[in-house]
Design a protein around this ligand. Structure first.
Ligand code: SF4
Length: 216
């Protein structure tokens, strides 16, 4: 598998996300799911156009903005998406927003449960999102969950996403209009603290850059 991923990575470094998705669906068939936060609709739109029956996993941490939940519900209904909405297990209850094990129990563990019996998962991470993502490969073996991770937008910029949304007339997350730029749980999300750094509003004041889903 690792040799195959290396070869395909070479082939896809400059490929369009649609081409990467087409290969993914052809290689893994019904074993593919996409994790989607409904922050932007670019990759979801591509997946939906190519394979409308794809399982979409939405991690409901219990701490999302109401705007995110409304947006996710509306798009799910309008696009007739097949959404699996995870919820934290009982072990998360003693760990409130921002506490040490909160992300692990509200995101990582529920996603692990949702990905059982899958062969590949699709994410919308980009290398420009954060220094921790700069080395992200397009295809990689995800040790944590035991399946292939596919990052079709790895080489995209924020401008590429914005262009795609405009070109396809896709709605933006309602909080973008209020100045938010990277949207996670409400308790841990502020507007960008550093101009031009979209994720500088996440986990402000904490020694934390990632929620644990995307560490290599
Ligand atoms: S982002 Fe914050 S509130 Fe959301 S799951 Fe992680 S630690 Fe909890």
């Amino acid at each position: 598998m690792l040799d195959e991923l290396d070869l395909v990575n070479e082939r896809f470094e400059y490929a369009a996300p649609r081409e990467i998705l087409q290969w993914t669906f052809s290689r893994f068939d019904d074993g593919v799911a996409m994790a989607c936060s409904f922050e932007d609709l670019a990759l979801l739109h591509m997946v939906h156009e190519l394979r409308p029956a794809t399982e979409i996993i939405f991690l409901d941490t219990g701490g999302h903005f109401p705007e995110t939940l409304d947006f996710a519900d509306r798009v799910t209904k309008d696009w007739s998406l097949h959404v699996t909405r995870t919820t934290p297990g009982p072990a998360a209850a003693p760990w409130p927003c921002g506490s040490e094990r909160c992300c692990e129990l509200r995101k990582v563990e529920p996603l692990g449960r949702a990905l059982v019996n899958h062969s590949a998962w699709i994410t919308s991470v980009k290398r420009v999102d954060a220094p921790s993502r700069a080395g992200m490969k397009i295809l990689m073996w995800d040790e944590k969950f035991g399946l292939v991770k596919v990052n079709p937008l790895a080489s995209w910029s924020d401008e590429d996403v914005a262009y795609y949304l405009t070109r396809h007339g896709l709605e933006e997350h309602p909080l973008w209009a209020q100045g938010y730029a990277s949207i996670g749980c409400a308790a841990m999300t502020r507007k960008p603290q550093v101009p031009g750094d979209r994720r500088s509003g996440r986990w402000v004041g904490m020694d934390k850059e990632e929620c644990g889903l995307h560490e290599a």
